[in-house]
Structure formats: structure tokens, C-alpha cells
Design a protein around this ligand. Sequence first.
Ligand code: AMP
Length: 251
Amino acid sequence: MVFKPPFGGWGIDVSYSIFQNTWSLSPHLGVGVLMFRILFFKYLVFKPPFGGWGSQNLIIMTIILFGPPGCGKGTQSALIADKYKLKHISTGDILRNEMELKTELGLAAKSYVAGGKLVPDDVIIDMLMQAIKTIEINQNGFLLDGFPRTIAQAEALEMKLAERNKQTNLLIDMQVNEEELVKRMLIRGELTGRTDDNAETIKKRLQVYSELTYPVKTYYQNLNKCVSINGLGEINEIFKTICTEIDKHTK
Ligand code: AMP
């Protein structure tokens, strides 16, 4: 028997809190474009008895996609997250969403993003910690895109993962020359209307990248968790190279 849900449908999200080792059920009901969470159930949380049903042993994989703005992280992230069933966390996307919704976080971040500067570490780290709290039942870990962008962010991430005896599996450094980056971002700005993709802000973002973000690569090189790949070329070829590296480092 096929049951067709009315209007926008209903369902139950099952998510796993990797740090508390709990599963939670969150039923929702969609009507048109609106989605109602059924609050009564939202807090229905199962704490696995006797140390769990093996859930602590879930393999939580963490991959960082790294590189300067415009190197193609967003495009590759979608492909990687899909293939390896990872939760794609783009701090830039989260911030743009918050800015559009004019939330407190969005309003606080706006001037930094518009000026091509980094949003302060404490704000971003807090945001990331929220994002990595849970994964869906069918996900194997995280794909971080645009985080960490400072050493402090990298340290905070590794400290959090260490609570689960985990660490980042691999940082993939996508290399693209500056001329190409500027060209790509100017085109993207025209196509999408993304306001920080203008000549002046691009220059600032590239400067911030080399001063504050580039050292993150050395941090992971010292942990022996870094691989560099050529980010120029056909999307599918780059994707294949990335997959080869992930397979090599996560076996
Ligand atoms: P992106 O889409 O990753 O290029 O990010 C766009 C903008 O969001 C950046 O230029 C920063 O202003 C802000 N942002 C994104 N991720 C971070 C982060 N990890 N730390 C600080 N600021 C960030």
C-alpha cells in the first residue's frame, strides 16, 4: 500500500549526535513550502544502553577541502559529499544563509564578509561546533569546505575530534594560480550577484588567504595529513584525482 503524504509531506529525521552518543528522532510535517517540526518529539532522544549499539565505533571521517577562494571547493564538495556520503559543511554557505535570513549571526557577519575579512574565530568556531554535533543516519562523516581558515580554527576542530579519539583524515589542498582565481570569481560575481566577488574584495580575500589561511596547510602537513592537487582542469578529472587521494588516505 502506498501512502501519499498530504501537501508537502511528512517524515522523520533520524540523527546521531557524535559527541553525546545519542540518536534522536525529529518528525516533521510539510505543508506547501512550510515545514513544521513536531516539537513534542523533537526532544525524544535515545541514549544507547551499555555503551551503545556499536554507535561509538561508527567511522567518522573528516575531510577538509582547502584552497584559496575561487579554486573550486564548492563544486568539488558537492561531488565528494555525494560519493562518500559525508555531511557537507560550508561555513561560507551557512553565513550567506544567515545573512539572507537577517539573523543575529548574519547581521554580525555581514560587514566582515562584505569586506573580504574573516569572521572572528569565536563566532565561526561556535557555528562549526553546532554543525558537527550531528550527522544523519546514512552519513559517514564530514566534508569541511571553507573551514578551518586560521590555526586557531584548526586547533579547535582537532581538539573537538580528539574527544572522540578522532582526527581529520585528510586536508586536500587545491592549487590554482592567482590570475585564474580572479578571473573565475569575477565571472561568478556576474553570474550569481555574490557581492564579495568584486575586484576590490577579491584582492582582500586573497591577501587574507595568504596571511591567515595558508599556514593551516603547514599545520596539517606537520600532522602528515595534507595532500596537494592541481585544481586546474576538467571538473571530473579533478574529482577523480581527489577520490584517489581520499581512498588512499582513508583505507
Ligand atoms: P567562502 O564562501 O568560503 O569563500 O566564504 C565567504 C566569506 O565568509 C569569507 O570571505 C569570510 O568572510 C567568511 N567565512 C567563511 N568561512 C569562514 C571561516 N572559516 N572563518 C572566518 N570567516 C569565514
